[in-house]
Design a protein around this ligand. Structure first.
Ligand SMILES: [Zn+2]
Length: 396
């Protein structure tokens, strides 16, 4: 074999090792060997090179050592670079600069009418992203790209912005416009699906390969991890949980149907209900603060919302048999609200489940606060950056 092809084989193996660590953080050398099919000797050599080049690092003892010498967990070195995560919610934006392992370096968020102002939204998140990069001192060639979480079905790299999800975004090419503004590759995903990715990799569902993530914000949605893979559905619209009809005579939803779950448990519905007693200036923050302070009305609203979510989950969980349901979004940004929502959803769900299942389903609050979607977006960009991280190893 010629030297050139040997070197390209070595580079390919290095990429496989990096990809295995990105997909399975805290892997040991033996785990990597098993996943890549490379010998443990080859893996050890490649890992040594990647550590020397600041691409991988040793994290400490691995979860389980396979007899003999204790195994060491490996991760992507936080110094290897960074990725942008951007969440375009219906009424707020959030931008983070995160390491390849999802550790947040810097963050900005803003309340904003995202639904109706696409041009200004993209301008403002691009400006926020540029500021974060400039302030971070991370070299420009070590920013791998931007992941963008949008509140709409996503197929491939395109948001399906036609009615009803994002009425005014129909013709907007988010990837191209942000890519031009930031001069970076941009990857698009559905926000609840990316929330599921973050909780599965880093949060309350870490390592649970059958997981449902429920996002309770201005919009309501679900992300699905089934058998260790994110599930988008045939048209990118899997997990539109907020538009499951739960009340035949309910309010008309922004999607055009009547009685959708979102019209009952979305942030807008809860704030409107609170305004009944607290006046028209109510906000989600006020609702969460009242709950922290022990206000009975606020806790009742959140408890009822949790029960409605649990009821709506029962048929989905009967069909999909998940190990865990993680509740996230803006409504779990404070501990009291998160606890009330998760506990009531758990009770209602397990009460409503038929006796055919093998276990009570665990329902827990997000391990990442209200950041799941934006961290998932950063992870999406970091996962696309496999090749670029490995390039760093090749370049040295
Ligand atoms: Zn709807």
């Amino acid at each position: 074999m010629r030297t050139g092809s040997l070197e390209s084989l070595r580079a390919r193996n290095r990429r496989a090792v990096v990809a295995a660590v990105q997909a399975n953080p805290a892997s040991s050398r033996a785990d990597i060997a098993r996943r890549t099919g490379l010998s443990t000797t080859t893996v050890s050599t490649l890992v040594g090179e990647l550590i020397a080049r600041d691409v991988l690092c040793e994290l400490g003892p691995a979860r389980e050592g396979a007899g003999g010498r204790p195994a060491v967990a490996l991760g992507i070195n936080p110094q290897a670079g960074a990725a942008l995560g951007i969440h375009l919610g219906h009424a707020a934006t959030r931008v983070v600069l995160a390491g390849p392992d999802g550790s947040v370096r810097a963050e900005r968020s803003e309340s904003f009418d995202v639904d109706h102002e696409p041009a200004r939204t993209l301008e403002r998140v691009a400006a926020a992203a540029a500021d974060l990069i400039a302030d971070s001192l991370v070299p420009r060639d070590r920013i791998f790209g931007a992941g963008v979480a949008v509140s709409a079905p996503v197929l491939g790299s395109r948001a399906l912005g036609s009615p009803p999800m994002l009425l005014d975004w129909g013709e907007v090419d988010v990837s191209r416009q942000l890519g031009d503004a930031l001069d970076l590759p941009v990857y698009l995903g559905n926000d609840a699906t990316l929330g599921a990715l973050a909780e599965w990799r880093l949060g309350a569902g870490a390592g649970r390969d059958d997981l449902i993530y429920v996002m309770l914000s201005e919009g309501v949605g679900a992300g699905l991890v089934l058998g260790g893979r994110l599930h988008d559905g045939a048209t990118g619209a899997a997990g539109e949980f907020g538009h499951v009809r739960v009340r035949a005579e309910g309010h008309v939803c922004r999607c055009g149907s009547r009685g959708c779950l979102e019209t009952i448990v979305g942030a807008r519905a809860l704030v409107a209900a609170l305004a009944h007693t607290r006046g028209p200036q109510c906000t989600v923050e006020l609702l969460l603060q009242l709950s922290e302070d022990g206000d009975r009305g606020a806790r009742r609203l959140l408890a009822d919302a949790g029960r409605a979510v649990g009821d709506a989950l029962s048929s989905i969980c009967t069909v999909l048999d998940p190990a865990v349901v993680v509740i996230g979004g803006d409504l779990v940004a404070r501990p009291s609200a998160a606890g009330v929502l998760a506990a009531n959803a758990r009770d209602a769900l397990n009460h409503a489940l038929p006796a055919v299942g093998n276990h009570a389903i665990d329902v827990v609050a997000s391990g990442l606060g209200a950041r799941s979607e934006v961290l998932g977006a950063a992870l999406l960009a970091a996962e696309h950056a496999d090749a670029r991280i490995a390039d760093l190893a090749d370049a040295s």
